[in-house]
Design a protein around this ligand. Structure first.
Ligand SMILES: Cc1ncc(COP(=O)(O)O)c(C=O)c1O
Length: 343
């Protein structure tokens, strides 16, 4: 009955089992243990390259800490207007960076293009002592509206970054959903496309509370390590975060769960799309959809007890599907929508 977010789920059984198993033994704290080291290596392995990996507890911390090593306090970071780090992190990126300025760029479908970025850089006052100086760019993949940057779009943005000496961050709270939808590798979508640092999400997709920051530019590692400690995300019982990430990487759980979530979104979209009066306000690419429906249908669904946000425009609701959303819940929602639409 609840389609408000992919955070409404519990942890995946594999993650819970790993926590149970990892709960025994007496290991050194603060990540100085073999379990944590192995999990870091396993997450780096997903990206098929040399990378330094740090575990943190929330996506906001991952983003804020990642950006804090990309910009000085007098720098500026471009991101989308609707980026989570711009409008839903209570100023954490500004706080962790010591005051760097976010410069939001608007754009359709939760995305901006390489051309939009060029224009924003041109308007940013580069070299003007009165302006924060552009230092980094953040893109969200999959985006907050459930859309995807294609690999070519990411490469085009990273080419602009290179031209202007900016670092590129990817908010991957729904990283796995994007990889599953694009059918590419994690490497293709990141360092091979010019991304320097990734917030690799796990909590929405199966972890209890764990995310990883993956640094391909390892010159940033030392600073990140100290900032994570200073920011309160160097956990004394790190292994209990590590086992979650280890389970998430094992047998491609991250990818399998995302495939399930994306398939659930498709099931929902397919069911709603044939109901007269209901249509998708944007294409469904990952695990989020924004169907537009008559007011009476929205109110009827709410009266039935369904939970979702009204977001994305007039008479548009946001539905987020998770890896473990029961098929009966999806089919029940479709049936209820059909009933309220009078068809
Ligand atoms: C795009 C995006 N980034 C990051 C996050 C992580 O947020 P939190 O700090 O709640 O884990 C979210 C969660 O909703 C998100 O949607």
């Amino acid at each position: 009955m609840n389609f408000a977010s992919d955070n409404i789920t519990g942890a995946a059984p594999e993650v819970l089992a790993a926590l149970q198993d990892g709960n025994t033994g007496r290991l050194m704290p603060y990540g100085n243990d073999e379990v944590s080291k192995a999990a870091e290596a396993k997450i780096a392995g997903i990206f098929e390259t040399q990378a330094d990996v740090f575990f943190v507890a929330t996506g906001s911390a991952a983003n804020a800490l990642a950006l804090s090593v990309l910009t000085p306090s007098w720098g500026a970071v471009f991101c989308h207007l609707g980026a989570h780090l711009n409008d839903t992190e209570c100023g954490a990126p500004e706080f962790y960076s010591g005051g760097a300025k976010l410069l939001p760029i608007d754009g359709a479908d939760g995305k901006f293009s390489a051309g939009d970025l060029e224009a924003a850089i041109a308007a940013a006052g580069v070299g003007n002592i009165h302006h924060c100086q552009p230092k980094a760019v953040s893109i969200t993949q999959a985006t907050e509206t459930g859309s995807l940057y294609s690999l070519d779009e990411i490469k085009a943005i990273s080419a602009v970054c290179k031209t202007h000496g900016l670092k590129l961050h990817m908010d991957g709270a729904r990283f796995a959903n994007a990889v599953a939808a694009l059918g590419c590798s994690a490497a293709d979508m990141t360092w091979k496309a010019g991304v320097d640092i990734v917030s690799f999400g796990a909590t929405k997709n199966g972890a209890l509370a764990a995310e990883a920051v993956v640094l391909f530019d390892t010159s940033l590692t030392e600073e990140f390590a100290y900032r994570r400690k200073r920011g309160g995300h160097l956990f004394s019982k790190m292994r209990l975060f590590a086992v979650q990430m280890d389970a998430y990487a094992t047998d491609n759980l991250w990818l399998r769960n995302a495939q399930l979530a994306n398939a659930n979104a498709k099931r929902m979209a397919d069911g709603l799309d044939v109901i007269p009066g209901i249509s998708q306000s944007q294409s469904v690419q990952a695990n989020i959809l924004f169907p537009k429906m008559p007011r009476s249908v929205i109110d009827g669904l709410k009266d039935d007890g369904y939970l979702f946000y009204e977001r994305g425009g007039k008479d548009v609701i946001r539905l987020v599907l998770a890896f473990d959303t029961p098929a009966e819940d999806i089919d029940g929602f479709i049936e209820a929508a059909r009933k309220h639409a009078g068809s």
